[in-house]
Design a protein around this ligand. Structure first.
Ligand code: SAM
Length: 269
């Protein structure tokens, strides 16, 4: 598929899915490769025919939505954010939870990929925090809409390259080589529960001290849907809870209930 054809198709299709072209510009080739395969599998001559097919088969929009998922991730992605999390956000949340007599710090990793983000948190907690907060347990709910990602997360087996941003000590203490990959050791797995969930739906049960939603809602969804997802997150947080977004992301204008605290970090009012 020629690039111009790809761009024109995505600029037409994405708004129908409440997705935004701006988020997809850099990853358009991988998405268009999948669309091209789908078009071929349906036996359609070209993208114009696929557009017509979408008009005649409304259920195909669900398939197109699935083809638009971007799944790339890695451990301790964007180290600057992890530094703020470990040095500032987590200690503050742990301190407040302890003062309020709570025994568990609850985290929601929304759009958790194959587990790289929630497992990074579990590693940071066990190797850096647990000794300082002996009365506090970490409970991470990690959700994703893609069952393939959730299956990979459960296997906890990762290509070595996805560990490149992890501090050496954490990598050494948390992983064992297995074949040509790296397997996360058992104690780091048990703090994380993986559940199928779409961020565009009602939030999971419970109140979270920390919500991580990076490189998903605030990149790929259109602004009205971003505001709706932010409201969903806020409804699952208490005043003082933190929301962490991606390093290149920010909450859109008109989001209610959050104040910016640091780059990529918002605190619930
Ligand atoms: C680019 S990855 C980001 C993973 C991780 N948060 C990070 O920053 O490295 C986006 C993830 O969001 C998932 N995803 C896409 N749409 C979703 C939705 N509507 N609800 C929940 N997860 C979604 C994808 O399957 C993928 O695992």
């Amino acid at each position: 598929m020629a690039d111009a054809e790809c761009v024109s198709f995505l600029q037409w299709a994405l708004p129908h899915l409440q997705l935004r072209w701006l988020g997809f510009r850099r990853v358009r080739r991988q998405v268009c490769r999948r669309i091209e395969r789908r078009r071929g599998a349906l036996g359609l001559a070209d993208l114009a025919a696929y557009r017509a097919y979408l008009g005649e088969h409304p259920e195909e929009w669900r398939e197109l939505d699935r083809l638009c998922r971007v799944t790339i991730s890695r451990f301790a992605r964007d180290r600057a954010i992890w530094t703020v999390l470990v040095d500032d956000v987590l200690p503050r949340l742990a301190q407040v939870a302890t003062e309020e007599g709570r025994e568990t710090l609850r985290v929601w990793s929304a759009g958790c990929g194959a587990g790289e983000e929630p497992y990074t948190l579990a590693i940071a907690w066990r190797l850096d925090f647990a000794a300082r907060w002996p009365g506090l347990a970490l409970d991470v709910l990690a959700t994703d809409v893609d069952d393939n990602q959730l299956g990979r997360a459960a296997a906890a087996r990762f290509p070595t390259g996805t560990l490149r941003e992890l501090p050496d000590g954490w990598r050494h203490d948390a992983f064992d080589p297995c074949d040509d990959e790296q397997c996360l050791r058992e104690p780091f797995r048990s703090a994380v529960r993986f559940v199928h969930h779409d961020v565009r739906s009602a939030p999971p049960e419970g109140v979270f001290d920390l919500v991580l939603c990076r490189n998903l809602a605030f990149t790929y969804l259109d602004e009205p849907l971003q505001r709706a997802v932010a409201a969903t997150f806020r409804s699952a947080m208490r005043a003082g809870s933190a929301l962490v977004v991606g390093v290149h992301e920010q909450l859109p204008e008109g989001c209610i209930g959050f104040s910016p605290a640091a780059r990529s970090v918002y605190v619930a009012d």
